[in-house]
Design a protein around this ligand. Sequence first.
Ligand SMILES: [Zn+2]
Length: 485
Amino acid sequence: MSPKYEMVIGLEVHAQLSTNTKLFCGCSTKFGADVNTNVCPVCLGMPGALPVLNRDAVTMAVQAGVALNCDIQHESVFARKNYFYPDLPKGYQISQFELPVCLGGSLDIEVDGAVKRIGITRIHMEEDAGKLLHQGAMGIADSTYSLVDLNRACTPLIEIVSEPDLRSAAEARAYVETLRQILRTIGVNDGNLEEGSLRVDINISLRHVGATQFGTRCEVKNVNSFRSIDRAIASEFIRQQEVLESGGRIVQQTRNYHDDTQTTTPLRDKEDAHDYRYFPEPDLLPLLLTDERIQSIRAAMPELPHAICRRYQQGLGLTRADADILIEEIGMRRFFEACLACAQDISPKEISKWVIGDLNALLKPKGGFGPSLSLSPEYFVKLIRLISSGALSGKMAKEMLPQLIETDQDPDVLMANLGGGQISDESTLLEIVRKVISENLDVVEKVKSGKTASANFLMGQVMKQSQGKAKPDLVMSLILAEINT
Ligand SMILES: [Zn+2]
């Protein structure tokens, strides 16, 4: 049976800009500070305090706009969005309304190998509200009172509004994943859904398959993981379908998603813009961006994920899977790039193999490739170079790696401490090979009679006597040469 209804989805993504300070004051934006410590008269909404626009936030908003192919506006205007809520000390939020900083744009998403272009309506800048801490219960419903933490108040956000071009949960998810990757890669957002630095509101409506008119939509809030994007859309689809099937009418409203029950409940009837009594913020001048400023931001744009992916595959010969890992793990990619810069003589593939493989495995429990990593790319590259030159076996390199990470000492020094590197000197090895052969004449006979696999036993003995330092391929050729003469 073909489906009767089709979903129409548009997303509003709030992304916290990765500035050091807030949008209109100098308070820190650092996550996890003690409650109400990152505050000042401006973000507390004290009478007479005046906002001053953060230049870095503007740059980041424009960068996001460039990355999403938007028209960057030469003039945009901040407005007051008036509403009352305890986490909003001024009684209004400063937000761009009629004239946002970016208009029109697009984002290409990939679902099941097919690329689809999703329209971007606009990107506007706004300040965040504070946070309510509901006491004595898990949620607001059973709570007896609430406390207010204003550390987050006035944190810079961009709201990225998509066109209603998405038709499934898979597309919505791909959109958020792709958007998140772009924002993280260009360094304007840390992509953390759980900590709320990326928040997704889902506008969803249903219509009969083939219909061209949109149905009445509901906005679903409180979706804070990729899994809950799928689940919230699925549950809202079922709810709206049931309403329509029973002859009912969808009421335009904002609904709250609950991950524990995987259902949505009404939060409030959807406000229209006029409910907020928007008017231009009298304490801020219009934001004017000259051609020069926009051009200089464009010129300094960090490389976008799809360009990195292409460069890694076509330029460096990495697999798509490895390119994807490096793009997703930004710290790892920075380290990889730093290694490339000092390793013109080693194949990028070899470096990526060690970075993604052994190094990553060892660093994962220690906080990954974060700022606490003291390992210098030069020494790491030197280790790989020792392997390619045959001075060190892969096995020995793996043994040395934890120490290298710990001490960041010259691999030459570490190798000497471990009693020297791999033995690739032929005369030294030949001595050991001859000794092993003389001790195992019965095995030699087996090899001679055609049981070539028995040579592996001899090889094992040589490795044992050399404490694992003998160069394996050389040992094998010496063994065979000795037996066959
Ligand atoms: Zn402040």
